[in-house]
Design a protein around this ligand. Structure first.
Ligand code: TRP
Length: 385
């Protein structure tokens, strides 16, 4: 991966370029490509330590339900770390993206404010991090139009994440939005000229798509107005976190009832963990390959107590599944007690939450309008008052 945004000496024809990029896009989840992304992410981590001011982060979530511990240990904790390390961060509540694979946005107000309460409770600071919602930023959404003009339907069809989401809809026809939402997501990233997108590997093709859009926009429209590109190419910061499974050893998902939510109370957490699946061997080890369920509980206890999973396993030793569950429950409830208390305070003050979102939206709008203005200028479309 390269951060070079200088113009190519020879501009390939549009007929050649999109297909090559389309292949690169489809390839972005291959083992070799992921290995490069992992290596580059490690390098970026050290660059952040030396010069956090070089980076602007954008990331986000679809408001489809309550955030759980998989989200927390997988991405949220890392966002808070980036904020602490001095990286300017934008967090998007991707409300329009909810309808890529479902018929409606659901109880959207409640979900958005629940998400916002989770964000603030875990430590995102609205003074340092801009939290905003898609639907509140019209200029961001307008970028979709010129961006769509530089992508092809075949490359969108080859996007592995779009394909997987399409397969998961169980025979529903592909909607125009499901096909093109990676372009919308490119607008999410590019409107604020973010150059770093911390995500899991399922989102890598989308960041690759955003890089392609940034470069092609520049090739096609960019150089008449100025000698620099409007957009810079964003990079992925791949999450290093071991992924946490649900209490049944399968992927954590609300529909399976195997999640522990950030905002759950201590008793519900204990009840969920009590029902967690273990195995017949009373001697507890950390062996994710062969003992996924037990190892997942060990990992959970380790993450929540900031310890090494092997050490946690050794400590439980012959205590069996019962002891392991008790250790995991205590670790989770202890770690989340202050977060949950803070969350309860936030939820009790809807006026404050509304104000935080309004301020984030205002800042996002200001930036999006400035970027849209540059885009119009680049495209020679600033001819009207
Ligand atoms: N697609 C992401 C998800 O489902 C959410 C998202 C929307 C996002 N826009 C983004 C992530 C921009 C990173 C950057 O989790």
């Amino acid at each position: 991966m390269t951060t070079d945004t200088s113009p190519p000496s020879v501009t390939p024809t549009d007929a050649q370029r999109p297909d090559e990029d389309g292949d690169a896009l489809a390839e972005s989840t291959s083992a070799a490509s992921l290995a490069r992304t992992v290596a580059r992410s490690a390098q970026i981590e050290t660059e952040i330590d030396t010069d956090p001011g070089r980076f602007r982060v954008l990331t986000g979530d679809r408001p489809t339900g309550h955030l759980h511990l998989g989200h927390y240990f997988g991405t949220l904790a890392n966002r808070v770390q980036l904020q602490r390390r001095g990286v300017e961060t934008f967090v998007l509540i991707a409300d329009y993206q909810v309808i890529t694979d479902r018929d409606g946005v659901g109880p959207i107000r409640e979900r958005v404010y629940s998400l916002l309460a989770d964000y603030l409770a875990v430590g995102l600071d609205p003074e340092r991090t801009t939290i905003f919602a898609h639907s509140a930023v019209p200029a961001l959404n307008q970028l979709m139009l010129p961006f769509l003009s530089v992508v092809t339907d075949s490359e969108l069809r080859r996007n592995p994440t779009v394909k997987a989401e399409y397969d998961a809809t169980g025979g529903r026809p592909m909607s125009g939005l499901l096909l093109t939402y990676p372009v919308h997501q490119a607008a999410d990233i590019l409107f604020c000229k973010a150059n770093l997108v911390p995500v899991g590997k399922d989102q890598v093709p989308h960041v690759e798509q955003a890089r392609v859009v940034a470069r092609r926009f520049d090739e096609r429209y960019g150089r008449v107005w100025a000698d620099r590109p409007v957009f810079r190419a964003p990079e992925v910061l791949l999450s290093q976190a071991a992924s946490l499974l649900g209490t049944d050893g399968h992927k954590m998902s609300k529909s399976r009832g195997n999640t522990i939510e950030i905002g759950m109370d201590a008793d519900t957490t204990a009840a969920r963990l009590k029902k967690a699946v273990t195995d017949a061997d009373r001697h507890i080890t950390y062996d994710p390959e062969n003992r996924p369920e037990v190892s997942n509980l060990v990992l959970l206890a380790a993450l929540a107590s900031g310890r090494d999973p092997h050490e946690v396993a050794a400590e439980v030793g012959d205590g069996g599944g019962g002891t392991l569950k008790r250790v995991a429950t205590e670790a989770v409830n202890e770690h989340f007690a202050p977060i949950r208390a803070r969350r309860a305070e936030l939820v009790a003050d809807p006026g404050y939450l509304e104000d935080v979102l309004a301020r984030g939206n205002a800042r996002a709008n200001e930036i999006a309008e400035a970027t849209l203005d540059e885009v119009r200028q680049a495209m020679q479309m600033r001819y009207h008052a």
